[in-house]
Design a protein around this ligand. Structure first.
Ligand code: GLY
Ligand code: MN
Ligand code: MN
Length: 435
């Protein structure tokens, strides 16, 4: 059982902006995510669908939000699990129908048991159904039986709306960023040579849970060469003295994600080689953050990080060519052998949030606007296991990424994760210092 995270007026205004863009004769059916079984009666942890959270803040399982028109008025209805003592003894207390009407920003609530009858009559009367299919098989089946109504996708409208965060959303994202920052600090303090990746993960996630939060994506804890595997998350190796550990971990508050990466030496002291790579990535990250100016095109941030990394790789002797050649056509030159991902992405109710495209990909250009929140996350990866490109011996086994969460404002970028240390001096003072 939960409560809406934001004010009624914020949800009602979102509903009105969304519904106001739909043509006459539309019906909206917005299911939450399905409960997914792992085996027998054991389920994977439930997390509500982000569009459901966005439109009405409902975070419990099984619900469907419907909006239909009565004359010029839109009426919203939430179908929810009704009170059922036997089920609640096993699964937990439910909000119930009356609780939904009084506590959530909807006009009506009905039992999910009545959904077929109720939805079918509205389906028969509409010309377009705005629904996300594939989430609720009962709903998909009901819609498939209807003739004459076309299925329409609500996500382009909603994605566009989700791009700009309100004051209260930013407050929740700041909270999420603060918890994640403190969690990284706790993990730095808990680190020692020979520590297991899973133990670093446990220090991070213990802090999430202690703050009544939980991860927003599976934590990545890669020691040594494992730091060069971008989505590594088995986290089941020990980290030897002299190695770096790359930790990419974030949490969520009322669904709003943080997404931080820090990289530190497990013995508390960067070697010369590690320092060279780290300082270069940090310089690129700071340039990327500086490029997050309202009015600048999306790609400016990726271009800023890329220029610094490409020049740095030349200065370190990794690339033997001009800056122009290192950057290549469309910023896809040989510097990408060591920096293979985008420089950032939108952040919000999803960690890879909707609406803005991703830095470095082929989506249409969009300028930064105040209220956008994105990550800035350049990295360099010299996996000693790689055979596709030449890995300089001096840097073999080193992977470094530094990732912060940045709010665009008309006064310049604001780093929501600024309480998470990232200079070499700050990190060396923290690692292993559990006092
Ligand atoms: N944690 C996934 C990412 O940084 O994009
Ligand atoms: Mn990220
Ligand atoms: Mn990340």
């Amino acid at each position: 059982m939960s409560e809406p995270a934001l004010s009624d007026s914020e949800y009602l205004s979102r509903q009105s902006v969304f519904l106001g863009q739909l043509p006459e004769g539309s019906l909206v059916l917005m299911p939450t995510n399905p409960v997914v079984y792992r085996s027998n009666d054991t389920t994977f942890p439930f997390r509500a669908n982000s569009y459901m959270l966005y439109l009405c803040g409902w975070s419990d399982p099984e619900a469907v939000l419907m909006a239909h028109r009565e004359g010029a008025e839109w009426i919203t209805t939430l179908f929810v699990q009704p009170h059922d003592t036997k089920a609640e003894i096993w699964e937990g207390r439910r909000v119930g129908i009356e609780g939904t009407v009084s506590g959530w920003p909807v006009d009506q609530a009905h039992s999910l048991e009545d959904i077929a009858d109720s939805v079918t009559s509205h389906l028969n009367a509409c010309t377009s159904v705005y629904c996300i299919s594939g989430l609720n098989s009962e709903l998909d089946e009901l819609i498939s039986r209807v003739d004459g109504a076309e299925l329409a996708d609500p996500t382009p409208i909603l994605d566009d709306m989700r791009v700009l965060k309100s004051k209260d959303e930013i407050r929740l994202m700041q909270e999420s960023a603060d918890i994640a920052s403190a969690s990284h600090i706790a993990a730095m303090r808990a680190t020692f040579p020979g520590i297991g990746e899973w133990q670093v993960q446990s220090a991070i996630e213990a802090h999430f849970i202690a703050c009544k939060s939980r991860w927003s994506y599976p934590s990545i804890v890669g020691g040594g060469d494992n730091a060069t595997i971008l989505h590594y998350n088995s986290n089941d190796n020990k980290i030897s003295d002299g190695e770096l550990v790359l930790v990419d971990a974030g949490c969520e508050v009322s669904g709003y994600a943080s997404d931080i990466t820090r990289t530190w030496p497990v013995n508390g002291k960067f070697s010369d080689q590690q320092r060279e790579v780290y300082e270069l990535v940090l310089k690129a990250e700071l340039a990327g953050i500086e490029a997050c100016q309202a009015g600048s095109p999306w790609s400016s941030m990726h271009h800023a990080t890329s220029r610094v990394l490409a020049q740095g790789l030349i200065d370190l002797g990794v690339l033997d060519c001009s800056l122009e050649d290192a950057l290549g056509d469309d910023f896809n030159g040989p510097f990408r052998n060591y920096f293979m991902h985008g420089s950032g992405h939108m952040l919000g109710l999803d960690v890879h949030d909707v609406g803005g495209g991703r830095q470095g990909d082929d989506k249409p250009e969009r300028s930064f606007e105040p209220g956008m929140v994105l990550t800035v996350e350049p990295g360099l990866y010299f996996g000693s296991w790689r055979t596709d490109v030449e890995i300089p011996e001096r840097y073999a086994g080193i992977g470094v990424r530094i990732e912060d969460n940045v709010l665009i404002t008309s006064d310049g970028p604001v780093v929501l994760t600024s309480s998470c240390p990232k200079t070499i001096d700050e990190i060396e003072a923290l690692v292993g210092n559990d006092g």
